[in-house]
Design a protein around this ligand. Structure first.
Ligand code: FAD
Length: 376
């Protein structure tokens, strides 16, 4: 089979690797607009400490990924300078560039044809392919080319965010809330390597306008955020990498495939970064699509199977992500809460966990919250 993949992010690379490794007679061609060693952003975080789904699917690439993972058992909320630790909320993180390097290396080893620094504007390059995959991210060209068939929709959130790095190494995934004369900010930060952390700054539209970010250069915005979070950065700088303020777009598609063309990862649907699952979902899409192609005799049936098996889980998850982003859109209204009830409100925001379950998963945090409530 001839397979053309647009986009060399985690989703496209992982699919290419799985298909070629399973059947070396496949011709798998992947085109990526960026050079192999370039990426936006800094780190990625995976919810959960264990990534058994990657280990089960391809132990070889997992072994390399595993070596680069930073893991932590707890999460923290900093509000009014007080750190509330939420035990039992484990995550793991790694550098996005490292993940891409590992997947590229495994693709190369198995004979995937990768072409970098070529931006596709149509699919003529893949005219001869039996299957074409749009793994080209949130601004997918493939999705736009066939928008009439995929029927995408986008909800644009009002909060603004910007993705920085820093040399300060944080001990666990932390959300730090800070206010100043212009409004309220939250930073989502975690270490993604032994030497660096990711630092995503988010604020509501009013704060953003009051601060005058619209009239600031990239460097001025960076310096401003550094001042807001000076107590947390301990003198370390924020690092910029095309770090520009953006609005999150929640993308979904009515249809997932058209003829022999299918979308996956962020091209198919985005997952709000506050639940740390965008990369995981792109990798899981790749696994589901690979299984469907492996287990069904022809491409149209496989694409149908992919959607049938994957859609219910995705839609459930998007409900969780939506409840999470709604919480962030209104976090400023909750800042009057003391740190413990504030952290509790955050933990409960998606409705995924009830208090009884929280007691099992986070006994220390649940006990601290109960003691706080009893003291009132
Ligand atoms: C601020 C922020 C924080 C995030 N934090 C996390 C996190 O902590 N954990 C997590 O799991 N996820 C996170 N995500 C989401 C994560 O980055 C994406 O969900 C994930 O990268 C999706 O993988 P993908 O392969 O579908 O797309 P992408 O990683 O976007 O890859 C798409 C690739 O296609 C290429 N491309 C696009 N158009 C073309 C074209 N026309 N021709 C050739 N190539 C093209 C792009 O250059 C890119 O390399 C975050 C996202 C944002 C915005």
């Amino acid at each position: 089979m001839k397979i053309g993949i647009v986009g060399g992010g985690p989703g496209g690379l992982y699919l290419a690797l799985l298909l070629k490794k399973h059947d070396p007679s496949h011709e798998v061609r992947l085109v990526e607009q960026n050079p192999p060693d370039a990426t936006y952003g800094w780190g990625i975080v995976f919810s959960g400490r264990a990534l058994s789904f990657l280990e089960e699917t391809d132990p070889d690439s997992f072994a390399d990924i595993d070596r680069c993972l930073e893991r932590w058992d707890d999460q923290a909320i900093v509000h009014r300078d007080q750190k509330v630790v939420i035990d039992g909320f484990g995550f793991s993180g790694m550098s996005r560039l490292e993940l891409l390097r590992i997947l590229q290396e495994h693709c190369r080893r198995h004979g995937v044809q990768m072409r970098f620094q070529q931006r596709l504007t149509d699919l003529s390059l893949f005219r001869d392919c039996d299957l074409v995959v749009g793994a080209d991210g949130v601004n997918s060209v493939v999705r736009d080319l066939y928008a009439a068939h995929f029927q995408p929709s986008a909800e644009v959130l009002t909060n603004k965010y910007v993705w920085y790095g820093t040399t300060k190494v944080f001990d666990m995934l932390t959300l730090t809330f800070r206010t100043n004369e212009h409004g309220a900010f939250v930073a989502h930060h975690y270490r993604h390597s032994p030497h660096q952390s990711t630092f995503v700054v988010e604020c509501d539209a009013e704060t953003w306008a009051n601060a005058g970010f619209a009239f600031m250069s990239e460097e001025e915005s960076r310096a401003y955020c550094e001042r807001v979070f000076a107590p947390d950065l301990d003198g370390h700088p924020l690092l910029s990498n095309r770090s520009l303020w953006i609005n999150y777009r929640a993308i979904t598609n009515q249809r997932w495939s058209y003829r022999n063309i299918v979308l996956l990862g962020d091209a198919l649907r985005t997952v709000h970064f506050s639940i740390g699952s965008g990369t995981r979902m792109a990798l899981e899409d790749a696994i589901h699509l690979f299984h469907a192609l492996r287990d069904t005799p022809d491409v149209p049936t496989a694409l149908q199977r992919f959607e049938e098996t994957r859609r219910p889980g995705v839609e459930r998850f998007l409900g969780v992500a939506a409840r999470s982003f709604v919480w962030y859109e209104h976090f400023r209204d909750k800042l009057h809460l003391d740190p413990l009830p504030f952290a509790y409100d955050y933990v409960m925001r998606t409705g995924l966990i009830e208090h009884a379950k929280l007691r099992e998963r986070s006994p220390r945090f649940a006990a601290a919250y109960e003691a706080y409530m009893a003291s009132r």
